[in-house]
Design a protein around this ligand. Sequence first.
Ligand SMILES: NC(=O)C1=CN([C@@H]2O[C@H](COP(=O)(O)OP(=O)(O)OC[C@H]3O[C@@H](n4cnc5c(N)ncnc54)[C@H](OP(=O)(O)O)[C@@H]3O)[C@@H](O)[C@H]2O)[C@@H](O)CC1
Ligand SMILES: Nc1ncnc2c1ncn2[C@@H]1O[C@H](COP(=O)(O)OP(=O)(O)O)[C@@H](O)[C@H]1O
Ligand SMILES: [K+]
Length: 497
Amino acid sequence: MRVVLQTWTSAQVRAAEQPLLAAGVPLMERAAFALHVHTAAALRELRGGVAGARVVVLVGPGNNGGDALYAGALLARRGVAVHAVLTATRAHEAGLAALLRAGGRAVQLAEPVDEVAALAAGADVVLDGVLGIGADGSGLRGVSGALVDAIVARGRPYVVAVDLPSGLGVDDGRRDGVVLDADLTVTFGAAKPCLLLPPGARAAGRVVLVDLGLDPAGAPEVVRLDPSDVAALWPVPAPDAHKYTRGVLGVVAGSRAYQGAAVLTTGAAVRAGVGMVRYLGDAGDAVVAAHPEVVVGHGRVQAWVFGPGVSPDDAGQRRRIEYAFEHVLERGEAAVVDAGALELLPPHVGPHAVLTPHAGELARVLTLRGEQVDRAGVEAEPLRWARRAHELTGATVLLKGPVTVVAGAHGAVYAQADAPAWLSTAGAGDVLAGLLGALLAGRVDDVHDDPSLAAALAATAALVHGRAAHRANPDGPISARAVADALPGTIAEVLAG
Ligand SMILES: NC(=O)C1=CN([C@@H]2O[C@H](COP(=O)(O)OP(=O)(O)OC[C@H]3O[C@@H](n4cnc5c(N)ncnc54)[C@H](OP(=O)(O)O)[C@@H]3O)[C@@H](O)[C@H]2O)[C@@H](O)CC1
Ligand SMILES: Nc1ncnc2c1ncn2[C@@H]1O[C@H](COP(=O)(O)OP(=O)(O)O)[C@@H](O)[C@H]1O
Ligand SMILES: [K+]
């Protein structure tokens, strides 16, 4: 089984299908065969066998419905009672004929939907073949939407999504209207961005990619890093390294009121393995008491972390951050720009500055630049707004949340889902900032050679952060400090492969 780590847009997928279709490769038959195999496996798991099962196939107007109808026909031939529900005025003709020949039945969906909803809710498996890559992202309209609502109200059965959960925004993961959440998605040829991107990705359940021999052109639209990618990205010290070659990180974080943010940020950087951490601010005593490795005061650095625990009315920290931003612009020092420092961002920085906002903070960054969007708007379309912030500021943007979305130079986009929800706790963002700062300090020269590397390093930080949270306490509450403490072991583990 292949884990989905790269995704292509619907346009890339359609273009990749063309040469195969022109050569007469029976893509739909192959897709449908694989869909029936995975559905049969689900039925065996759910009820111990295939024959005698009840499957309801929701069929839309296009080829997605065609896949579902052919898979239904194959299941019917194995003794499954298959009912197709035709949700549109047209349905794939040959697929429908195949299903009827195999002994399946078909009903046309119409209001009221109760009878069909009861049939679907009582099925062992529902195949969702309403919409695939032809969906416009506005959810399921009209009677299809009413049917899904009625099925969910009765208790959703096991759902297998055909190619993708119907109605999701294929390329952006939008979830605007009614969508039937799936337990399993069987996706064909190449995975689509909505299977990784928030908020839609959660609707997909487990994702299985069926190889149809497609070879999409161009870079994948959205990538998810895997632990095996980390070794090539991590600044592992060379045998002859010394602390200055490994990188020095300057941290402007915390204040008298928020000393903990300074302690967590510097502690995470020390544990992530940077050459040296310099701290600037009013929490130096607390920082050194917690981490005697940290040096308080000015000096040359390769990268910065600005902002954790900095309030905009703290004149001293504000001055330090504004001064250090000049170094970022003039000398090319890298920077993580977090929390209070986001408000101090110059109009245009390069991708070697990485913003780490949550949705509310990103909305503020954008509204300061004339966009009209609030937190809910960012949460509804995280990729769109992370990209927009990258366009407007030039910075790499890491948008925090249940799935972390990174948008950077040369169209680089990552979607990382490595963390347990327990990580949503005060101070976790400070730990991420320190960890990412350490990565940037170690690789700032490489970031200048390839500006899209900043996005890959940001995704790496999200991956290690999430895994450290699991390591800190696999299935229960975690403190931000415990996440920082888990970093050395987590990093050793992912580097070992
Ligand atoms: N190409 C191949 O060889 C292979 C393709 N394969 C399969 O084909 C699938 C793509 O098929 P497809 O292109 O027919 O699109 P699909 O999503 O089934 O229907 C789109 C139609 O639905 C409509 N519609 C749109 N949005 C809507 C909404 N919100 N609410 C309601 N209706 C809406 C819209 O119609 P309109 O409204 O414009 O009349 C549009 O025309 C792909 O996902 C994969 O499963 C595999 O077999 C492998 C080989
Ligand atoms: N539901 C969730 N599941 C997994 N990780 C989450 C979830 N919600 C938030 N996170 C992560 O938790 C961290 C919270 O950071 P942040 O919002 O900056 O908190 P703070 O400012 O208190 O440190 C981020 O890394 C974010 O991606
Ligand atoms: K579908």
